[in-house]
Design a protein around this ligand. Structure first.
Ligand code: TRP
Length: 322
């Protein structure tokens, strides 16, 4: 069974885009992979300075992931902060990391351009990510396209380390998720919390309906034939139901025939979301009322990750002469 590791940035409650791009794939992989999925709380500290916000964001992401269906029986689910060995590993890797490797990291430049402060933590973010990854000896790291460079840096650092000290790290494969870009937000841009265009499947029904009714469309009248491919409502529907789902084909057909207004398409999307996430919505309420259970899940996940990280770190320490 292949071992998989991936991390999730705790940037507040999860939305449909996060689900479609990442969480759904983790849930599918649980059936036949040994899973390590963690919430990147140390990484969040590179951008979040308010302790209450950080705590709340981490808690929200944990609850949402479990509600969506990350199953603690099949996935080691933990907080990065509960595996402090990754910071030691990051130091060992950092001492092997030529500065120019960080200078060419695009995410740092992008974040500076957005006005974030150029802290050392932000600058060395990829080294900590390499440590997260290498700490459990994974075979595969599934990430979105935006994380490609970080995983390449990880492989590069591991190879440099191994070349200098012998075979300490397993070199993991990069797996880019397909279809990550398929889910637009209500304004038609990529769905993102920072664009304010996200749809949360956990909103109260009335609030959810309000958000969906806000989705931008063109001004074609009810009777006119419509193009599903250029319609944000349809794209979100397809992103969730799936390209090959008969409901997607049926909705596309109704667009092309004419006689269906956008209000009807939006109603269909609302029903799809309520239907698809019915069990998740229920589970989320239960989880919010059972912090003891959530705590225990995280402890169990951290125990598994710590056992692996201790092995790997011991190997690395010995290799360097500590
Ligand atoms: N940088 C990733 C993101 O922004 C989160 C992350 C941290 C991660 N460590 C990781 C992803 C290790 C994969 C593997 O989404």
């Amino acid at each position: 069974m292949k071992r998989v590791l991936s991390g999730i940035q705790p940037s507040g409650p999860l939305h449909l885009g996060n689900y479609a791009a990442a969480i759904r794939q983790f849930i599918d992989m649980q059936a036949d992979h040994e899973m390590y999925i963690f919430v990147a709380s140390y990484h969040a500290l590179t951008t979040v300075r308010d302790p209450k916000v950080l705590r709340d964001n981490v808690r929200q992401v944990v609850i949402d992931c479990l509600a969506f269906g990350i199953d603690p029986q099949r996935t080691n689910f933990y907080l990065q902060q509960d595996v402090p060995k990754v910071t030691e590993l990051a130091w060992l890797l950092g001492c092997m990391c030529p500065k120019h490797l960080m200078d060419k990291a695009t995410s740092f430049k992008d974040k500076l351009a957005k006005g974030l402060s150029a802290s050392i933590g932000l600058y060395t973010y990829p080294i900590l990510q390499a440590a997260d990854i290498l700490s459990v000896d994974p075979d595969v790291v599934p990430v979105g396209e935006d994380q490609r460079q970080h995983v390449e840096i990880t492989r590069d650092l591991a190879e440099k380390f191994n070349a200098a000290y012998g075979p300490v790290f397993k070199i993991p494969d990069l797996k880019i998720r397909e279809g990550s870009g398929l889910m637009p937000g209500v304004d038609g841009q990529k769905m993102s919390k920072s664009y304010g265009n996200a749809i949360s499947p956990f909103l109260e029904e009335k609030a959810l309906k309000k958000v969906i009714m806000k989705i931008t469309t063109d001004s074609k009248g009810v009777d006119e034939a419509k193009d599903p491919e250029t319609c944000t409502v349809f794209q979100i529907f397809r992103g969730l139901a799936g390209v090959n789902d008969p409901r997607t084909a049926e909705l596309a057909e109704r667009y092309r025939k004419g006689g269906m207004g956008y209000g009807v398409a939006k109603q269909a999307l609302l029903e799809l979301i309520l239907n698809h996430f019915g069990p998740a919505r229920k589970r989320r309420v239960e989880l919010m009322n059972d912090p003891g259970y959530v705590e225990q899940v995280l402890r169990q996940g951290a125990a598994a990750a710590n056992a692996k990280a201790s092995d790997v770190t011991a190997r690395a320490r010995k290799a360097v002469g500590l």
